[in-house]
Ligand binder design. Structure first.
Ligand code: NAD
Ligand code: WQD
Length: 339
């Protein structure tokens, strides 16, 4: 199948391009490199042996998107293209609404008009907010979003559901709610490329281990968890990439009695505290990470991890790569980009 991968030069998109190719699909990247670098295409060429076909342009530009759909025989779409910095979205809400909602509407419109049958959307565990119970199930309520970014994921899910149901069977779609993606391809040639000071734990940790940052601050040790630090469900980006292949396979092969639109958690089902993650990194890499306890970060929730039964049962996917490997893969990637 020819799969259009919007945001395919980004962190999760680039790993998904690799897994799509390994699964026998042909990925076609659409990205304007607003949060990635063209050098990711070199990394992909090293892994795949050839450069994936790439269209450089903005997904909110309907004329540009139309030229791609006219030029290619597209069978399915994976829509990653979005901005993702929670704090920036609070400062610049219209930037986030325009880009994240505008790109979804534009790409979905072309998908429908060109009769493309399968669409996978990047949603996020952020839609659950502070959960009432753990592990989090897909049927648990979505809480009012605490940032414009989070709101774009809730609105995005709703747009996709409504559009899919209105298409009367011509489109089938899945929203994947990612928990916390970490890690990098084992070759060390592609990985996460945070621009500026990282907000997320693992890139901050690996930059500190590499000596680029003085010290990692652990945001709070007075949460109601076993060691007082926050708990998250860290999922290896290659496992996450494979969940997209499972979603597409399901959309292409589903019986007609399956729901046309569905949502799935993509997590390991296991919670890891910040302190445990730092300890695991130090043990697995042998590198000490200077760190100190600081105050809580505004907006952080205490614990968040997935019930991943639905995706295992229905799509046959479950996470396979352990946290230890995710952290050594992140470290290999960090060393490569620091060198
Ligand atoms: P990323 O920033 O590395 O990748 C996104 C890519 O989309 C970038 O290459 C960027 O240049 C491109 N892009 C953005 N807007 C575009 C536009 N209008 N036109 C063309 N290209 C555009 O981010 P990522 O971590 O790979 O995230 C991918 C998706 O997964 C996003 O939708 C994000 O919200 C979602 N998500 C990410 C996480 C996470 O922690 N990384 C968690 C949950 C959900
Ligand atoms: C993880 C844990 C921090 C940095 C974010 C988005 C979410 C989703 C994934 C897109 C928390 C702690 C962090 C540091 C720390 N993205 N931490 N020191 O906040 O769970 O989720 O990324 O959809 O929407 O909010 O991820 O990596 O920022 O934090 O102690 O320097 O690490 O408090 O407990 P988070 P994170």
């Amino acid at each position: 199948m020819n799969i259009l991968v919007t945001g395919g030069a980004g962190y999760i998109g680039s790993h998904t391009v690799v897994e799509l190719t390994k699964a026998g699909h042909v990925p076609i990247i659409l990205d304007d490199f607003r949060n990635s670098r063209e050098s990711v295409l070199d990394g992909l060429e090293t892994i795949l042996g050839s450069r994936p076909k790439t269209y450089v342009g903005d997904c909110t530009d309907a004329d540009f998107v139309e030229t791609v759909f006219l030029a290619e025989q597209i069978d399915g779409v994976i829509h990653f293209a979005a901005l993702k910095a929670v704090g920036e979205s609070i400062e610049k809400p219209l930037l986030y609404y325009r880009n994240n909602i505008g790109s979804l509407v534009t790409v979905l419109d072309a998908t429908l008009r060109h009769g493309v049958k399968a669409f996978v959307f990047s949603s996020s565990a952020t839609v659950y907010g502070e959960p009432d119970s753990l592990p989090i199930k897909e049927t648990d309520p979505r809480k009012p979003a605490t940032s414009p970014y989070g709101n774009t994921k809730q609105i995005g899910e709703d747009i996709l559901r409504d559009t899919t149901l209105a298409s009367a069977g011509s489109l089938r779609s899945i929203a994947l709610r990612y928990f916390n993606p970490i890690g990098a391809h084992e070759s060390g040639t592609i990985g996460e490329l945070p621009l500026g000071i990282p907000n997320n734990l693992v890139p901050y940790l690996t930059q500190t281990a590499a000596g680029l940052r003085e010290r990692l601050t652990i945001f709070g040790d007075d949460y109601e968890t076993a060691d007082g630090t926050c708990i998250r469900d860290y999922i290896h980006v290659v496992d996450l990439a494979r969940a997209h292949i499972a979603a597409l396979d399901h959309l292409f092969s589903s019986e007609t009695d399956q729901p046309a639109y569905d949502v799935y958690n993509v997590g390991t089902g296991h919670g890891t505290s910040v302190a445990e993650l730092v300890e695991t990194f130090e043990r697995e890499t042998g590198v000490k990470v200077p760190h100190a306890i600081g105050p809580r970060r505004h907006g952080d929730i205490s614990s968040c991890y997935a019930n991943a039964d639905k995706i295992r049962r229905t799509l046959g996917w479950s996470a396979e790569i352990p946290l230890s490997q995710a952290l050594t893969d992140s470290w290999r990637w960090q060393q490569n980009i620091t060198a």
